[in-house]
Design a protein around this ligand. Structure first.
Ligand code: TXA
Ligand code: MG
Length: 320
């Protein structure tokens, strides 16, 4: 059954169509990465601006060679430690990849996802698959097939693999000489990268390094209802409020609806359920605004707060 679905989906990719598929992070909206016409359909369906480059997904590190022009020891070590997994490496691109995929950048983001359906799809398609998250540009990321169907009913096919396990998008790094720069935080933390790369300089991209990762805007991943990050002083919420908490012991205030992402503030559970919680509040007719509890900005908390702040940005006072 799953096998038939994979073959059906691979055939669509092969013919230049679009398939949404699960990865361990979020669902991707995939097309043949070597076919510019197919890739153009991704930008159209997502309503994504052309300046925002796509990640190319592979099923084996062996595919790196044809897609890039320069590989070094750092790349091999990262692939060995973290692939398949939620790590995207930005590397010098080969001519094989159409410029549309990379928004005319000389580099390409590449990742080998850790999901059996994603890997089977890439293998059966016989080509690398370009895939952004399968949401409308700027809206909530999808962690279930239903989330994809809600935002992208026009997709040719959705492979349903249930809820994704990581729940937030991959860590993105660029590699220059002896530096590894984290462009987007994710499940794989700077501490884990440092451990895998002894002697290599690890740093986070500065806010002004916009050109390093053009798609990383301040406002992103937003629900269609106002979202506010809770502060400890907030003790009373307006009528019609939903609250997202990360521990059964957190204070629910007078919220009309509560979603717990975790029993006891386990950050991997918080990440896994973050977008799910936001989608369910977005879909709840009785809720007019959403409040969410923050987490400490350390380790995986950095990636969680990155998504939370971007999701709340358009409703915040924009001071930070
Ligand atoms: O976990 C993930 O990474 C998911 C799944 C589907 O693999 N994909 C994903 O793709 O999050 P997307 O398109 O939503 O975010 C990719 C981001 C872009 O917005 C851009 O900032 C960055 O990756 N990116 C891609 N190629 C790049 C490049 N050549 N240089 C710098 N940044 C790049
Ligand atoms: Mg995205």
């Amino acid at each position: 059954m799953v096998f038939e679905q994979i073959n059906y989906a691979a055939n669509i990719i092969h013919k230049g169509g679009l398939v949404a598929f699960p990865t361990e992070t979020v669902y991707g909206l995939g097309a043949n990465a070597l076919d510019a016409v197919a890739v153009a359909k991704i930008f159209a369906l997502k309503e994504r601006p052309n300046f925002d480059p796509l990640i190319v997904h592979i099923a084996s590190p062996d595919q790196l060679e044809q897609l890039t022009t320069e590989l070094n020891e750092i790349v091999f070590k990262l692939a060995e430690h973290f692939w398949p997994g939620p790590l995207t490496m930005v590397l010098p691109k080969s001519k094989m990849i159409p410029d549309l995929v990379t928004s005319d950048l000389p580099t390409v983001g590449i990742r080998m996802p850790d999901h059996p359906m994603a890997l089977a799809l890439i293998k059966a398609s016989g080509c690398p698959i370009a895939a952004p998250s399968a949401n409308k540009f700027g809206q909530l990321s999808p962690t279930t097939a239903a989330h994809v169907a809600k935002q992208l009913p026009g997709v040719d096919f959705i492979l349903d693999g249930g809820q994704t396990t990581v729940g937030i998008e991959s860590t993105i790094v660029s590699i220059e000489d002896n530096h590894c720069i984290v462009l987007r935080p994710g499940l794989i933390t700077a501490e884990q990268l440092a451990k895998a790369l002894p002697g290599v300089d690890i740093s986070f991209a500065k806010k002004q390094d916009k050109l390093l990762s053009p798609g990383l805007l301040k406002s992103h991943y937003s629900p269609k209802k106002p979202l506010y990050i809770l502060s400890v002083e907030t003790d009373s919420l307006p009528e019609g409020s939903g609250i997202i908490l990360h521990s059964k012991e957190s204070n629910p205030r007078n919220a009309n609806q509560i979603f717990f992402t975790s029993e006891k503030f386990e950050l991997t559970e918080v990440a896994a359920n973050l977008f799910h919680a936001l989608h369910s509040m977005e879909d709840d007719q009785a809720i007019s605004q959403i409040y969410i509890e923050p987490v400490p900005s350390v380790g995986l908390g950095i990636a969680i707060m990155d998504r939370m702040k971007k999701a709340a940005y358009q409703y915040s006072n924009k001071s930070s």
